[in-house]
Design a protein around this ligand. Structure first.
Ligand code: NAD
Length: 420
């Protein structure tokens, strides 16, 4: 069996469950399935680096380029102690479908280094990043593979990556990474793009359900970049944000959280710990609060077979990657809870990354209002396409999103032909 090796690995194996459901509905032939369930390229390498005290250590770096049918690979770089080849492969697999479902001319990729960025100095992070970039010089580039920030990596890390690549190329190449600081070719609107996209798809779906924004109570798990920006956009759109949470716990206020106040508090204290603008609850209680919209913006695997029956939201919008297990998803289908899946709900970030890449290549930069307008157009046009497929085939949005994405990738592969 050609696919045995990858299926035996858990995260990637789980990621494949949703793909399989859609692939069966599309009657995808075995050869195409085999191609799409194997990453094009997986790279593992050693990263020797010098600690500030002069000692040498060796970390492990990864880059997975999952699919190139629609364009260069695209996906973030994760610096985290839990990074494995399996996890990076699953994330690269998701990126393939995320880029395709919002119709970007990119394939899927992801990378990472197994390390704890919180335990490293800025100088140590810079040396790891530069060695990581140098090891990948031949296989990344604006036309090959375009990394971006992910968990544990920042715009500054992208700047070091871009500088290292440019030094090797002997010319400045801003389009080699996205999520850069504005002054070296980053895009206006990139920082808020994912949270903005989460709120845009939620507003679109609320309107479809006949729920006015003014009547919508929103609960958000996670109050980092995605969660806090989404909260701000929901409040600005007239919804009532009744619950927020972060690693310190949950905060409920049925009269509505003062979102800007909570953001200022979190910024000052680096956490919501001690926040007094809502009743203190556990993260589990927060997720189970009755509401119209539940947004996950923290980690993977938070809605599971264990808690799915107790979820009392009408609409779930997945701001984080992989927050709902397949078992929980089946419970939501049975209960009639609508789920807007991660690959489209949090695609705002990669859409604006695409705009950043376009602007870098043009050497011409757009106003923030123009970026936001184009983001809305690209995201909602494709979300409406997913809804059309869901209604026509009587399947949930998640399956419909995979159907749209797989259809686009396989069309490109058939048109190009397989060099086999
Ligand atoms: P972040 O690190 O800025 O924020 C994460 C938040 O989750 C923090 O507030 C943290 O305290 C909270 N958190 C952690 N554990 C928690 C728990 N057990 N319960 C409640 N809250 C908890 O990260 P981010 O950039 O906002 O990303 C959030 C998710 O969205 C991740 O899964 C990421 O992969 C995904 N995502 C991010 C982007 C982006 O552009 N930032 C794009 C697509 C997907």
């Amino acid at each position: 069996m050609t696919t045995t090796t990858v299926r035996d690995v858990s995260v990637f194996g789980d990621a494949m469950a949703y793909f399989e459901e859609a692939a069966s509905l599309l009657n995808l032939e075995p050869g195409m399935r085999a191609l799409l369930t194997h990453p094009s390229r997986q790279i593992i390498f050693s990263i020797p680096f010098q600690r500030d005290d002069g000692t040498l250590e060796v970390y492990t770096g990864y880059r997975v380029q999952y699919n190139f049918a629609r364009g260069p690979a695209k996906g973030g770089i994760r610096f985290h102690p839990g990074v494995t080849l399996d996890e990076v492969t699953a994330l690269a697999f998701w990126m393939t479908w995320k880029c395709a479902v919002v119709d970007l001319p990119f394939g899927g990729g992801k990378g990472g280094v197994t390390c704890d960025p919180n335990a490293l100095s800025a100088g140590e992070l810079e040396r790891i990043t530069r060695r990581y970039a140098a090891e990948l010089v031949e296989v990344v580039g604006p036309d090959k593979d375009v990394p971006a920030p992910d968990v544990g990596t920042t715009p500054q890390i992208m700047a070091w990556f871009m500088d290292t690549y440019s030094m090797h190329m002997r010319t400045s190449v801003p389009g080699v990474v996205t999520g850069k600081p504005i002054e070296i070719g980053g895009s206006a609107g990139r920082v808020e793009a994912t949270g903005r996209g989460v709120s845009l798809v939620a507003f679109e779906e609320l309107a479809h359900l006949g729920i006015a924004n003014a009547d919508a109570r929103v609960v958000i798990q996670g109050f980092g970049n995605v969660g806090s920006v989404a909260a701000k956009m929901f409040a600005a759109g007239g919804c009532k944000v009744i619950g927020i949470s972060d690693i310190s716990g949950g905060y409920l206020n049925r009269n509505g959280i003062d979102v800007l106040g909570a953001m200022a508090y979190a910024q000052e204290h680096h956490s919501l710990e001690g926040y007094r603008g809502g009743e203190r609850v556990t993260n589990a209680q927060l997720l189970e609060t009755e509401c119209d919209v539940l947004v996950q913006a923290a980690l993977e695997g938070v809605l599971t077979a264990e808690n799915a029956e107790r979820i009392r939201a009408k609409l779930i919008v997945e701001g984080s990657n992989g927050p709902t297990t397949p078992a929980a998803d089946h419970v939501f289908q049975r209960k009639g809870i609508i789920v807007v899946p991660d690959i489209i709900a949090n695609a705002g970030g990669v859409i604006v990354s695409y705009f950043e890449w376009v602007q870098d290549r043009q050497g011409f930069f757009w106003k923030e209002s123009e970026v936001n307008e184009r983001l809305e157009e690209q995201l909602l046009t494709n979300f409406r396409k997913v809804r059309e497929v869901a209604l026509a085939r009587k399947v949930p949005y998640r399956t419909a999103a995979y159907i749209v994405a797989i259809d686009r990738v396989t069309k490109s592969m058939r048109t190009r032909g397989v060099y086999a």
